[in-house]
Design a protein around this ligand. Structure first.
Ligand SMILES: NC(=O)c1ccc[n+]([C@@H]2O[C@H](COP(=O)([O-])OP(=O)(O)OC[C@H]3O[C@@H](n4cnc5c(N)ncnc54)[C@H](OP(=O)(O)O)[C@@H]3O)[C@@H](O)[C@H]2O)c1
Length: 240
């Protein structure tokens, strides 16, 4: 059956590749692409919608552009922040912790996705399997933390993983077919990873397209018991 899908953060390296792989390799009825900047034209298969996930009102307004009868097979959240050109960078040490930076990273990586859940969960299909996937990170795993650092990013992804678990518990009661998961995409060539790519072995630095294909395979294989968990690009579960 042809699928109806929403990608939040379609302008990002992984978000954009997810859109491209879906359109070229999956049977798609309609793809709703949400981003701050509209980079392509609407077609019979693609609808572009503006969203700023830091602003609850923008999220609320964005869902008004989705026709009332549309329900999604997959909602994929590909937004995220690790650094920017100005004031945001991953903290190497306690002395780098800063209120404004911490708030911004939490806002984009945890509060924004929680608000996306608030407005988009009612749009999941209920009669068949539907998936709500969030790009998270292995670095958000507390049990896996061996080297420290990156306070705000680690904390924001740990918070996101907890939010995903909460969604899975609360929504089980009224939509038993919905699966909520966090996904670790691997280390992927993108704006987000650029300053840190030199520390990564070439073989383990993925193209966005490779990661997107792997993540979509993981999503295809999910079943009900997987809801609330975090999975790596190769399908392995990551412990919280
Ligand atoms: N790349 C990696 O190696 C890696 C590893 C582990 C986890 N991840 C996770 O994967 C996700 C995607 O990362 P990426 O590598 O594809 O990075 P990216 O290319 O920098 O994409 C980030 C996306 O987030 C969007 N975004 C940020 N703030 C937003 C806001 N306020 N409202 C709407 N959109 C916003 C950006 O939109 P604009 O285009 O408007 O800026 C962009 O689409 C992130 O959650 C990241 O933590 C990535």
């Amino acid at each position: 059956m042809k699928k109806t899908i929403a990608i939040i953060g379609s302008s990002g390296a992984i978000g954009n590749s997810i859109c491209e792989v879906l359109l070229s390799e999956y049977p798609i009825k309609k793809l709703y692409k949400f981003s701050r900047k509209i980079l392509s034209k609407d077609t019979d298969k693609i609808k572009n919608i503006v969203i700023d996930i830091e602003d609850e009102n923008s999220i609320k307004e964005s869902v008004k552009h989705i026709p009332k009868d549309v329900k999604f097979d997959l909602i994929f959240v590909a937004t995220g922040l690790l650094h920017n050109e100005n004031e945001i960078f991953p903290e190497k040490s306690i002395k780098d912790i800063n209120t404004d930076m911490f708030q911004k990273v939490l806002l984009v990586n945890a509060i924004g996705p929680a608000l996306i859940g608030k407005y988009f969960i009612p749009l999941l299909k209920k009669d068949i399997k539907s998936v709500f996937a969030f790009l998270s990170a292995k670095i958000g795993s507390i049990s896996d933390n061996k080297i420290g650092g990156w306070y705000s990013y680690r904390a924001s992804k740990a918070a996101l993983n907890q939010i995903i678990k909460n969604f899975s518990i609360e929504i089980r009661r009224n939509n038993n077919n919905a699966i909520f998961v966090g996904l670790q995409p691997g280390t992927v060539k993108s704006f987000l990873s650029k300053p840190f790519q030199k520390n990564v072995n070439k073989q383990t630095l993925f193209t966005p397209k490779y990661s997107a294909k792997k993540l979509l395979k993981v999503i295809d294989s999910l079943d009900h018991e997987d809801s609330g968990k975090l999975f790596s690009w190769n399908g392995e579960e990551i412990q919280p």
